[in-house]
Design a protein around this ligand. Structure first.
Ligand SMILES: [Cu+2]
Length: 404
């Protein structure tokens, strides 16, 4: 016994010593197909990465709803625009989807592109990983890229004042707190009294024996029945009292809004570039995704591939694409290798070989894709013409692992 205890203690000790502070929220633990083939985020920006409690920041960007939406996920019919932060450390003051104010859930079209903006007010000091996020019913929370934002404390206490429809100004941080505490205490007391009454009697085993011996009826006395009825009556009276009291104090109320709003996808200029995936492999020792693509330029301007993005990782050709200032460096890999390099002329069809090398395929746990029963990838290709105009093409297909 002593030995077992000692080894358990040692085991716990070892875990504690080697434990690192956690900072993310398990975004890497989400299945690769979920990150690569559901919502593909792009153009995400954070207005700041350092602020004080009470100050506001915004997270904005765009996302593409992947065309080949995975069968195992429910369609994105109920979608809520949100942010992924560890707990209630920010207040979400405003949320927009394609410029429309989003208080409710909406639906998004498969294959559509949307622009979002979320305004946050810092509530608690600390350093937080801030992601845009969509909560999709039947598919889970799908997070975008994350950036660390530091929130510094201030001397003044945090308040969240709003003016109600009756013109009263209230601080939502404390509003109704006494009422909430009072009612919790009242109901806890009722519950405890109920438990105490029954716990005074013989409990599980003696009761089981009585029932087995056919004397179950004798376990409940007429006094028990009266007490039970008393509790039931008291509970109903208390509920009714609470209801009428609330009606009296707050005569004007608006119920929580449960309707769903409709937002159409962004109008996108149809891309003049056609891409078909001929081969896609993942070279395990080199941590490289190799893509062989057949690309046709049906437009009137030469086009050049500048970026391949998937699962919030960006592989860019630094001569064409510059990440916005402050974009998390760990999510951008410069040096997207494209062969043959250079532009694709109007009317031309070329076979492009693309190499996207990054240890992140392993560290972001995307390589786990090859162990899935459905090893398919998805991503966005961004082509640029000679004037810097961008056109986005979605690609996807099976990804085959190679070991040499
Ligand atoms: Cu995170």
């Amino acid at each position: 016994m002593k030995q077992i205890l000692l080894s358990l203690l040692l085991l716990c000790g070892t875990f504690t010593i080697f434990a690192e502070p956690t900072k993310g929220h398990g975004e890497k633990a989400q299945e690769p197909f979920l990150r690569m083939r559901s919502i593909l985020y792009y153009d995400v920006t954070w207005s700041t990465d350092s602020m004080k409690v009470g100050e506001e920041m915004s997270v904005q960007g765009k996302f593409h709803v992947f065309d080949e939406w995975p069968d195992v996920l429910d369609n994105p019919d109920v979608v809520f625009v949100n942010v992924g932060v560890p707990g209630p450390v920010f207040l979400r003051k405003e949320t927009y989807l394609n410029g429309k104010l989003m208080l409710n859930s909406t639906s998004v079209e498969i294959g559509g592109d949307y622009e979002f903006k979320v305004v946050l007010k810092a509530r608690k000091p600390g350093t937080y990983h801030v992601h845009p996020m969509l909560n999709i019913q039947g598919a889970g929370p799908i997070v975008g890229p994350g950036k660390f934002v530091e929130v510094q404390a201030t001397d003044t206490a945090f308040t969240n004042e709003v003016t109600t429809i009756t013109g009263q100004t209230v601080d939502l941080e404390r509003y109704g707190l006494a009422n909430v505490v009072t009612w919790h205490v009242i109901w806890a007391l009722v519950g405890i009294a109920w438990l105490i009454y029954w716990f005074r009697k013989p409990l599980f085993i003696p009761r089981m024996v009585e029932i087995q011996e056919g004397r179950g009826e004798e376990l409940i006395t007429s006094r028990d029945r009266w007490v039970g009825a008393g509790f039931a009556a008291f509970t109903l009276i208390l509920v009714a009292f609470g209801y009428f009291r609330a009606e009296m104090i707050y005569p004007t109320t608006v119920p929580l809004q449960a309707g769903r709003s409709q937002v159409a996808a962004m109008e996108m200029v149809p891309s003049s570039i056609e891409v078909s995936v001929e081969e896609a492999t993942y070279r395990i020792p080199g941590r490289t995704v190799n893509l062989t693509l057949r690309v046709t330029n049906n437009g009137s301007k030469p086009q050049q591939l500048g970026e391949f993005t998937t699962a919030n990782l960006r592989f860019i050709d630094a001569s064409l694409v510059k990440p916005t200032e402050g974009y998390p460096v760990e999510l951008v890999e410069e040096g997207l290798q494209v062969e043959p390099s250079g532009s694709i002329q109007p009317g031309q069809t070329v076979t492009l070989k693309i190499k996207a090398t990054n240890p992140a395929w392993e560290t972001e746990q995307l390589a786990l894709l090859i162990y899935d029963p459905d090893s398919r990838f998805g991503g966005l290709l961004m082509f640029y013409d000679d004037q810097g105009n961008r056109s986005i093409v979605t690609i996807g297909g099976g990804l085959i692992p190679t070991f040499i």
